[in-house]
Ligand binder design. Structure first.
Ligand code: A3P
Length: 296
């Protein structure tokens, strides 16, 4: 976790992501059938991208077959990533208008900072949230792995102190989560709010809910024919982690895919938090999320 983050529109960003964010806000044109996968880093983005992709494309690619795109490319390379460092030169902004529809995009931007065209179009947003303890520990490991970074890294305790103050990439955690949570309550047809822990507990139920939300529910024939099970298997942690592309490939931003697959479990934080950390973060989260029914 590097020391340097900047506040932009009330959220914290790595310096290299501010210009691409502004560029995205200015230039991105949403289409009505776009699907936006939104999350804080380490909330389960990779898993959700794969599930959404496999669900939406199931009529083109049979999930159980060996030529499925997810077997050969990490969803990072299927889904163009808003936050690649594209600068503000319109000639280098990727032309996203020709991508096959429905287009899918991933973003870590907070809800209020999404482009107006996303807010104003009928495109759908699926948000995945993960408990703040595991999110922090997962990010801690990730950020220590994605070096080489010229910047000094923080100790676990230093990073935790900042996280507790809300200073974390795309944080504060609670503001990010609350933004999407409120939007999902106000506009349930536009924003679906998912929890990593719920997906781990009952992926079958959550996947059906997601397909319904995307207006492509699974038919009874698909369910009894094993399509849902095949998608779950294809996107499982075990399967994805073992793929060649995820062992040795790289994401668009140069980060090695293997760093997106660590343990894939809930509750690993207990191995890292000392009692004072648990007490402190629990108290903060309870306070900050008091206005909503979310609990972790
Ligand atoms: P851990 O570090 O706790 O293992 P993101 O995709 O948002 O970067 O999140 C990464 C986290 O999701 C990592 O958590 C990673 O192991 C976990 N993950 C990746 N793919 C997964 C999958 N198919 N099923 C469950 N968890 C997955």
């Amino acid at each position: 976790i590097t020391q340097y983050l900047y506040l932009y529109q009330q959220f914290w960003y790595r310096p290299t992501l501010i210009q691409p964010t502004i560029t995205f806000q200015k230039h991105f044109q949403a289409k009505h059938d776009d699907i936006v996968i939104a999350s804080l880093p380490k909330a389960g983005t990779t898993w959700l991208k794969a599930l959404a992709f496999a669900t939406m494309k199931r009529h083109h690619f049979i999930p159980s077959q060996n030529d499925h795109p997810l077997l050969h490319s990490n969803p990072h390379t299927i889904v163009p990533y808003f936050e690649t460092n594209i600068g503000d030169n319109p000639s280098v902004i990727p032309d996203l208008s020709t991508l096959p529809e429905p287009r899918m995009f991933g973003t870590h931007l907070p809800f209020p900072s999404l482009s107006n065209s996303i807010h104003n179009s009928n495109c759908k947003i699926i948000y995945i949230c993960r408990n703040p303890f595991d999110t922090f520990i997962s990010y801690w490991h990730f950020s220590n792995n994605i070096v080489p970074s010229p910047l000094p890294t923080l100790t676990l305790e230093e990073a935790f102190e900042r996280y507790s103050e809300g200073i974390h990439p795309f944080g504060p955690f609670w503001s990010h989560v609350l933004g999407y949570w409120k939007a999902s309550k106000d506009t349930p047809n536009k924003v679906l709010f998912l929890k990593y822990e719920d997906l781990k507990a009952d992926i079958n139920f959550e996947l059906k809910r997601m397909a319904q939300f995307l207006d492509c529910p699974f038919s009874e024939g698909e369910e009894s024919g094993g399509v849902i099970d095949s998608i779950i298997e294809l996107c499982s942690f075990k399967k994805m982690k073992e793929l060649e592309i995820n062992k040795n490939g790289k994401a668009l931003d140069g980060v090695e895919n293997k760093y997106y697959f660590r343990k894939g479990e809930t509750g690993d934080w207990v191995n890292y938090f000392s009692p004072w950390m648990t007490e402190k973060l629990s108290k903060i989260i309870k306070e900050k999320l008091s206005e909503c029914s979310l609990s972790f």
